[in-house]
Design a protein around this ligand. Structure first.
Ligand code: AKG
Length: 281
């Protein structure tokens, strides 16, 4: 079975990048952090949502590019040069006259091994706090996306996608051991839900979860919460950033994941036979 070829652990690095309005500088900065993380033993390096562009509907068109394009070609090269897997956060993608919020992932040979377009667009209206409508300019992706690595299978989502437990369940059922969510929560939903959602997805699917944010910039039109973090399958945080730019590392132990699943065997105890409305009294 393919899974037996996977090594039982690896170092994960999540880069809480300080994203600016200078696209070229963002890309260069990201590659420097990728090199630093690889030097520190990381095998998989994750970047934040919208890492080459400020986050905001007014920016997506101007910063968008095709895939492959300037940003993803640089990521492919960085993966090769540093001999790491890169889960390249997300970028605004232009394709066929539409814009998407798109994640790309690369193996150490520089090959693109996954491309995920954000499925659930961030359309919310919290009165007096925050209104954001990604759908004003973005189109949604229509597929769930997983990628194989020599370490484990990984389920991919972007930010608002983390709110949908159904998506995480599909990934868990398909054998993913790690869920990766580049994200940019804000100063309203960040303190309320960012950590809670990551730990919830980790506990309900008993796998590792990382949520990777840009660093906080109070002068930006959209202020990201920061707090990049990694949860283990028990729901405990293995690492968490504060607001500023930094790399969060965790040594992912897949034996521990098995231990958690053996100790609390909810996966085997699911009652799919009663999870339908027709069974409700
Ligand atoms: O779900 C949230 O509260 C924030 C989501 C978000 O910022 C995004 O999808 O980009």
């Amino acid at each position: 079975m393919l899974i037996n070829q996977f090594k039982k652990g690896f170092r994960l690095a999540c880069v809480q990048l300080a994203v600016t309005a200078d696209k070229a500088a963002n890309i260069t900065r990201a590659t420097k952090f990728i090199a630093a993380a690889a030097k520190n033993g990381a095998k998989i390096v994750v970047l934040p949502e919208c890492f080459n562009s400020p986050y905001g509907t007014q920016y997506f068109k101007d910063y968008s590019e095709k895939i492959p394009g300037e940003t993803t070609t640089t990521l492919a090269q960085a993966a090769k040069e540093n001999n790491v897997h890169i889960i390249g956060g997300s970028i605004p993608e232009e394709c066929g006259g539409k814009l998407y919020n798109t994640l790309t992932a690369f193996n150490p040979q520089g090959e693109m091994i996954a491309k995920h377009r954000k499925v659930h667009l961030f359309d919310i209206d919290v009165p007096g706090k925050i209104r954001f409508q990604e759908s004003e300019v973005l189109a949604p992706g229509n597929n769930l996306t997983m990628c194989d690595t020599p370490y484990c299978k990984i389920g991919l989502g972007i930010c608002y996608d983390i709110r949908f437990a159904e998506m995480a369940r599909v990934y868990a059922n398909s054998g993913c051991k790690l869920l990766v969510y580049p994200g940019a929560f804000n100063m309203t939903t960040g303190p309320a839900h960012w950590e809670l959602l990551a730990r919830a997805r980790a506990v309900d699917s008993q796998l590792y979860v990382c949520s990777v944010s840009p660093a906080r910039d109070e002068t930006a039109t959209y202020t990201a919460w920061g707090h990049t973090l990694i949860s283990n399958p028990w729901g405990a945080l293995m690492g968490e950033a504060k607001e500023k730019e930094e790399i969060v590392y965790a040594d992912i132990d897949l034996n521990y994941l098995d231990e958690v699943r053996d100790a609390i065997p909810v996966t085997k105890q699911r009652r799919e036979d009663v999870y339908t409305m027709s069974k409700a009294l």
